[in-house]
Design a protein around this ligand. Structure first.
Ligand code: MG
Length: 298
């Protein structure tokens, strides 16, 4: 099941795609047929969702007996347009990406012994087909990073690796846009990773029940049709269970929290000379089973 947030008749709502993915079924219609109170946004939906609710929604979608909206008539928003807090990110989580950073002075080329965490501001999330601002007055070194985003499904702290799967709601696609000169010029990555529009996300959240675990999905990034990144999530140095367990030691995770799990090689910065993004570039991030996140550089 593909969950989404969208605008329809000037109102932001959330819902789920029909099985043929041509229609959107608003949560309001689903919860009407369940005779239950409708959550007001995606985070609230994730907070109340459990196996029973997911099964009920699957039944409603299959029955085809619910009012729906033609997909073409909605404007897709980021699935979680306003995360409640910063987006957790993992740096250096694919070996080939660590290798390409060698001699680039952003970090050393050693494989990390523990996950390298940083965060992005929740204010930089944008939707599929939104423009990425080029911020050309402060950077000429705009870069892309396709990443699998894990959406946390329930509250938890000190989670074991064995239990990590229970805390996942689903997955979406993230693009960890980076101003390399700002990332490199400061001792902390936050600003270079958090300029406005620097976190394209979506278009949908796929529920975890649709993806075999551990997650082994092809992911790629094309710029104007030119393949730059191509790998598989099975190549992560620290897998999803490890990350959720490690991050949650001493930090409570909450429904709707987002974790970007790192990027494989092929970022613009890794080429000699570098291939940075420029105005009008079309950036397509693909993850098998989830879809394609498309954005244009303004
Ligand atoms: Mg990244």
């Amino acid at each position: 099941m593909y969950f989404l947030t969208y605008r329809y008749n000037n109102k932001m709502e959330s819902g789920v795609l029909s099985r043929d993915r041509k229609y959107v079924i608003p949560f309001s219609n689903i919860f009407d047929s369940l005779d239950a109170k409708c959550p007001t946004n995606m985070i609230e939906f994730i907070s109340i969702s459990d196996d029973n609710l997911i099964d009920s929604i699957k039944r409603i979608i299959s029955s085809d007996n619910v009012d729906k909206i033609l997909g073409k008539s909605v404007v897709i928003c980021a699935p979680i347009p306003k995360p409640k807090r910063n987006i957790f990110c993992i740096g250096k989580n694919y070996q080939d990406h660590v290798n390409e950073l060698k001699d680039k002075t952003i970090s050393d080329s050693n494989l990390p012994n523990e996950p390298v965490y940083f965060t992005k501001s929740p204010n930089c999330v944008i939707a599929n087909e939104d423009y990425i601002e080029n911020h050309s007055h402060i950077t000429q070194h705009l870069d892309y990073e396709v990443e699998l985003a894990v959406i946390i499904g329930k509250k938890g702290i000190n989670i074991s690796k064995a239990d990590a799967y229970d805390y996942i709601f689903g997955y979406t696609i993230g693009n960890d846009i980076t101003a390399r000169n700002i990332q490199k010029g400061r001792n902390q990555w936050f600003k270079g990773k958090s300029l406005d529009t620097f976190c394209p996300m979506g278009p949908y959240i796929i529920h975890k029940s649709e993806i075999p675990f551990p997650v082994e999905l092809d992911l790629s990034c094309n710029i104007n049709g030119d393949i730059r990144q191509s790998s598989n999530t099975s190549h992560m140095i620290f897998d999803i269970s490890y990350i959720i367990s490690d991050l949650s030691q001493g930090i409570e995770l909450n429904p709707g929290d987002i974790i970007l799990t790192g990027t494989p090689s092929g970022v613009g910065f890794g080429f000699t000379p570098p291939k940075y993004l420029k105005s009008k570039d079309v950036v397509e991030c693909y993850i098998e089973g989830i879809g394609t996140l498309v954005n244009i550089v303004k």
